[in-house]
Ligand binder design. Structure first.
Ligand code: PMP
Length: 354
């Protein structure tokens, strides 16, 4: 605590991101990054854009909005761009959730939601998941101030069908329902087809996972022009240029190179199935993930010590010291080579030589 801090700075409880280690020898499976590099087209576009760094970027980001609109069969006034989806989430809390009115989100979910709720003084009801870690749909009906959850949920990876999302939207007609689709490209289908029918639906996606651009920081929202205007009002009261020239140029090419996107996404989905089968053969319990990670536990192996042991052996996975998650590890899907290394180390750790 410092006497110079405002009461807000004193009260906030900042989010703690996964460890970022600058060591190429470490196999990093702890923050759900894509194990494959971005498309070569992206790198060329960033190089080209660097010639104009003297100039401010576009404050309206129209070209990227149109590209994202095109692949979703929507006009650019349905699209909002931000500096990573975390920023889009923060703006959405400010634009659509009201202090004093309770929002609903799952008890086990992305841990940035409680941080934003506290920062913006928004109260919340944390809904317990079902015993099988699925989302109890009816409990998200009739919220007082809005709803937010990821689909697939994080860190469970469990996907919710569009029919269920539709029910939640229909039962919250006067409030915004935010579906955080950070991992949707590894799952069955996006809720974007519901946008035209539901003016209260805001979808948030990111280029950090499926487009291999976590370092570039581009996230976006898809929703009715009414909601997008609300986000623009907040953004333009905060910073006119939240996304830089290099990021805009790279993101446009990441969307255009659909072949590369399809290839890398398919490989990750195949590797997810492979890793799941391999871990199940070693008696791990694995939630049915449609994301680029698995949430795993083992009846006879302590999750925290496995995390520590793997770390000692050069493999970083995510351990959450949080109620309900103490027995789990979250493992991001790596390349086939990284997965073999992981399995080798796990075998070494859980099957000590006789
Ligand atoms: N939502 C969820 C559910 C996430 O797991 C993440 C990644 N930590 C984000 C949003 C934020 O991603 P980014 O800011 O990189 O777009």
């Amino acid at each position: 605590m410092s006497k110079f801090w405002s009461s807000l700075a004193k009260q906030v409880e900042p989010y703690i991101p996964g460890e970022q280690i600058n060591d190429d020898t470490i196999i990093k499976l702890n923050t759900n990054e894509n194990p494959y590099p971005p498309s070569k087209q992206v790198i060329r576009a960033i190089d080209e854009a660097s010639k104009n760094l003297r100039l401010y970027p576009s404050p309206t980001v129209d070209e990227l909005r149109s590209e994202i609109g095109n692949i979703n069969e929507l006009s650019k006034d349905h699209i909002f761009i931000g500096n990573g989806s975390d920023e889009v989430l923060a703006f959405s809390f400010m634009a659509f959730f009201e202090p004093g009115k309770r929002i609903k989100y799952p008890e086990i979910t992305y841990s940035f939601y409680p941080v934003y709720a506290k920062l913006f003084n928004i109260s919340s009801e944390q809904i317990m998941l079902n015993d099988d870690y699925t989302i109890p749909i009816e409990r998200f009906y009739d919220s007082d101030g809005g709803v937010i959850f990821p689909n697939p949920n994080a860190p469970t990876g469990i996907y919710l069908e569009l029919e269920a999302i539709k029910q939640i939207l229909e039962n919250n007609p006067s409030h915004v329902v935010i579906i955080d689709e950070a991992y949707i490209d590894f799952a069955k289908e996006s809720a974007v087809s519901l946008v035209e029918a539901f003016p209260n639906l805001l979808i948030i996606q990111t280029m950090s996972k499926s487009r291999s651009l976590a370092g570039l920081r581009i996230g976006f929202a898809i929703g009715s022009p009414e909601l997008i205007n609300g986000l623009e009002r907040i953004k333009n009261s905060f910073n006119s240029y939240t996304v830089d020239r290099l990021a805009i140029a790279g993101a446009i090419e990441a969307i255009r190179d659909n072949d590369y996107f399809q290839q890398t996404t398919t490989k990750i989905i195949e590797s997810r199935t492979y890793l799941k089968n391999q871990l199940e053969a070693r008696h791990f319990d694995i939630l049915p993930s449609q994301a680029n990670f698995l949430l795993i536990s083992h009846k006879e192996v302590n999750a925290e010590s496995l995390y520590q042991e793997l770390k000692k052996q050069g493999i970083l996975v995510r351990y959450f010291q949080k109620p309900g998650l103490e027995n789990f590890l979250r493992i991001s899907i790596g390349t086939p080579e990284q997965i073999e290394k992981l399995l080798e180390k796990i075998d070494h750790i859980i099957k000590p030589s006789p």
